[in-house]
Design a protein. Sequence first.
Length: 189
Amino acid sequence: MGRITHFVHQSLDGFIEGPAGEFDWPVMGPELSAYSHTLTDSADYFLYGRVVWEMMSGYWPRAEEISTHPHDLAFAPVWREAPKIVVSSTLEKADWNTRVIGSDVVGELTALKEDGARLVLFGGSSLAGFLTEQGLIDEYRIFVHPVVLGGGKPVFRSPQQRFGLTLTETRTFDSQVVLMRHERTAQSG
């Protein structure tokens, strides 16, 4: 059976982007960069909602023109080649080895998992909340960064229900970013 892993960076006060939509605050040191490459290297698909997809597809295809950060330079070619899925009811097609799922999201992602696919969901509070409500996310890897944003988009806008998790790992990267890795408990669906 495959899995969906939610990989998300958040501020100490629980936001994935700042009040003006800014995402310039994650601290990507060498340890966290190496860990994220290990996670993405094990994925069969990168999974995005439309909003995060637009941010990623606006950056990674030309990251080498924009950044000299070692993480960006190493990840850009990986991103361009990786099979990607975008969940969107408005987007009809996407470039960069990307498939769009618009209608039967639950059915298509369930079928991929049943076929053994490993998907990494990057950020995106709306899609993460929806997939959590559907019981499709198996694991949450939340990276808490040393910043308070004072507002913005929360990690989850939904689900509007309670569900249990089991803490399976904590780890500190580069002496400043803390991973909290959780899996759904059996009674969570």
